[in-house]
Design a binder for this molecule. Structure first.
Ligand SMILES: Nc1ncnc2c1ncn2[C@@H]1O[C@H](COP(=O)(O)OP(=O)(O)O)[C@@H](O)[C@H]1O
Ligand SMILES: [Mg+2]
Length: 366
């Protein structure tokens, strides 16, 4: 699949913009703070209905404007699709897929698949666990609307339960209402994460082996805060019991201490944990293997070639890694941003469309 065209109104630092994209490689060039990442952000939102860098939709509205609008048209294997999103500063966003209003954001999913690789992702191995959970959530949400629903419900209930735990007097029977719901959605999250992490670990392993010419054996184990059980029913019952058992701790800390909101994954290369003992180069290669694994997994599960956004990462990778990326990604539409006029990129992608960005305006050369 590939994005054919984008139209923006009042999006970030763009007032009006319409442009066509190349079905393979789009090189987005420009100095800092001109709007390169903003353009990728607009493209990305068409996949899951939200940004990769802010949870506040109103940030996307151009300063001094009261709404932002974006429309993305994409060509897919079987049929074409369009996504139109209007974000108003003071009300809910409205989303149209193929011209029809979608009621829930989750109805937008399973349509356009996009993977973003940014300098933030290069740090995923050594960052705090929250970043790794965010990665898992983002990818699973994109592929599984059921996960998106469970995660949203879990987060809502977790927030309410934590707020209630801060009250002076706690009524056990009220708390139990949340415990039941937390166990229900938490169990679904744990079970889906388990399956996802096993798959992504298997694929990353093979990619990593190939990038390192067979020298490195990468494993990505799941470290669930609540142990994984066989069936969803067992998982739900077990998690519910765990919540009950941690009541003392929860009361002491005035917060929910057990659950998938404390999960983590690790990156193990040749039996060594990369978070503590990996070199920066090794950590980055792990991140690259992980990102490429997402593309393969999407292909495996949906048959579609996902679109890859490379935001300022090319220059962060060494030549060998860059070349690996270039030679592996023949089938995927790429958007590559960079500040410097990298001769290597021009040579690697002679047919690429080159888009110059300056103060929220673009000049395209092909
Ligand atoms: N809501 C907004 N309205 C207007 N300008 C914005 C908005 N959000 C960000 N910007 C501007 O966009 C610019 C950053 O764009 P970005 O795409 O991140 O730059 P880069 O080209 O370095 O990737 C900054 O100058 C910032 O002030
Ligand atoms: Mg940028």
């Amino acid at each position: 699949m590939y994005i054919k065209n984008i139209q923006l109104t009042n999006f970030r630092n763009y007032d009006v913009l319409e442009t066509e994209f190349h079905k393979n490689v789009n090189l987005i060039l420009g100095n800092n703070a001109q709007g390169k990442t903003n353009l990728l952000e607009a493209v990305y939102i068409s996949s899951i209905g939200r940004s990769f860098r802010t949870n506040k939709d109103s940030d996307l509205v151009r300063f001094a404007a009261d709404f932002a609008k974006l429309k993305v048209s994409a060509e897919k294997e079987i049929y074409d699709t369009s996504v139109e999103i209007i974000i108003k500063k003071d009300s809910k966003k409205s989303i149209k897929k193929d011209g029809v209003i979608v009621k829930r954001t989750s109805d937008l999913l399973e349509n356009i698949y996009i993977v973003i690789f940014s300098p933030e992702d290069l740090k995923i191995v050594k960052d705090e666990p929250e970043k790794r959970r965010k990665f898992i959530d983002r990818e699973l949400c994109q592929m599984k609307p059921a996960y998106y629903e469970s995660l949203n419900n879990y987060k809502k209930i977790l927030l309410q339960r934590n707020t209630y735990l801060k009250e002076e007097t706690i009524d056990q029977s009220i708390l139990d209402l949340w415990d039941v719901q937390l166990a229900k959605y938490g169990a679904r999250i744990i079970q889906m994460r388990k399956v996802f992490i096993e798959k992504i670990s298997r694929i990353s392993h093979d990619i990593h082996e190939s990038i390192t010419n067979g020298k490195e054996n990468l494993q990505i184990p799941y470290h669930p805060n609540v142990p994984v059980l066989e069936s969803l029913k067992e998982q739900e019952d077990f998690f519910y019991e765990e919540i009950k058992k941690s009541y003392g701790n929860d009361m002491k800390q005035r917060t929910t201490t057990k659950g998938p909101h404390k999960d983590d994954i690790s990156f193990i290369v040749n039996d060594i944990n990369m978070r503590s003992f990996g070199s920066q180069g090794q950590q980055r290669t792990c991140a690259l293997s992980l990102k490429l694994a997402e593309l393969y997994l999407i292909k495996e599960e949906t048959g579609e070639d996902a679109i890859l956004l490379l935001d300022d990462v090319m220059s962060e990778l060494d030549i060998e890694r860059q070349e690996y990326l270039i030679k592996t990604l023949k089938e995927n539409q790429l958007f590559i941003t960079t500040t410097d006029l990298d001769e290597k990129l021009f040579t690697a992608f002679p047919d690429a469309k080159i888009i110059y960005v300056e103060s929220g305006k673009i000049k395209d050369k092909k």
